[in-house]
Design a protein around this ligand. Sequence first.
Ligand SMILES: Nc1nc2c(ncn2[C@@H]2O[C@H](COP(=O)(O)OP(=O)(O)OP(=O)(O)O)[C@@H](O)[C@H]2O)c(=O)[nH]1
Ligand SMILES: [Mg+2]
Length: 386
Amino acid sequence: MRPSPGPNEVIRERVFCRKRVTVCSYRTLFHGGFARTGSHLRFRLSSQHDTALKFVDQTRITVISGSGGRGCLSFRHEPYVPKGGPDGGDGGNGGDVLIQADPSLNTLLDCQYQQLYRARRGTHGKGSNCHGRNAPSLIIRVPLGTLVWDDETGELVADIDREESMVVVAKGGDGGRGNARFATSGNRAPRRFEEGWPGQERRLRLELKLIADVGLVGLPNSGKSTLISRVSNARPKIADYPFTTKVPALGVVRVVDKVDLVMADIPGLIRDAHLGAGMGHQFLRHIERTRVLLHLIDPSPHLTPTAEERFDIIMRELDSYDSHLLEKPMIAVITKLDLPENVEPAERLGLWIEQRGMPVHRISALTGQGLKELLLQTARTIKRRR
Ligand SMILES: Nc1nc2c(ncn2[C@@H]2O[C@H](COP(=O)(O)OP(=O)(O)OP(=O)(O)O)[C@@H](O)[C@H]2O)c(=O)[nH]1
Ligand SMILES: [Mg+2]
């Protein structure tokens, strides 16, 4: 029988556990792999905690490109070649700093940890007309959907919105010219050469706005995570307490053959989220780029305030974050239709919303009722927007 662990052993086990969680939570952030591993409770709890900590969607970095290498001052000295002439080579170019999309990343966590990126300088020129070596470019990998802002001027430098996106954010300095370049018929032994040109230093602000076709919004517990886990490969945590979802999750939904949609689940909003209530509205930036919003409402008659008022709370919060969000096509999704007490209130609520000109779907993520029609209409709405 294994002896009961001493205090040190317990600590070692915990450290090991945290390490595993750190690596995994980072990789499976958007797939919620832990809930499925069936591991013990402590593991699952800490994974949720770590996941929340490790989702970084804003950070600042400093980039410094390499300066150019110095040009060389040299003259050819060889037996039987008197006055061999200047042969100082040019310096190599400094390395550029590039930002490149990496679809395997989901967060700006790496850039949070490392905030200074300095490319190497070019090597100096040498005699015998040897050119200095050009320094390699330094590549910073960021997730798709990252906006790169110049922190000093506030100007948008780049939008990393495609897999092949790659931009130079700091250009390396050119190498200086060696004295061989300054030889003229009038001055055949120039002693002139150039220092390399300095690199650029820039302070950048990185902001991640996830790229998804469909955004799910609603109050906590309205069933957003249940819906995304039912229709996509995402496996966010689901529970009957508010703010189960602490970071956005993406899932790919196959609507019909060859029609895939990317869906984003974000933490729930509550009244006064724009003033910082609940989790605030910081995560709304992740639905800014979606083409359609699904507004989920739990019609339960046992909740206060009423379903109509709860619908209005979300609309007001979206409006106070950015009124443009309300210009996006929105589909009202009344959830939890499998519960008998919800059927009648759902009917009433649906009519009330339809009078406001918004399409309504009544679903149950638990039984699958109405999901196919909802996805088809969502896909049609997106197609119209393309
Ligand atoms: N009966 C029934 N329960 C549902 C349905 N959809 C969600 N639920 C339950 O509602 C509770 C909340 O569901 P979640 O999917 O976690 O809700 P959420 O909107 O993601 O909540 P937050 O992450 O807190 O914003 C869970 O207990 C779910 O099991 C449904 O269609 N029918
Ligand atoms: Mg959730």
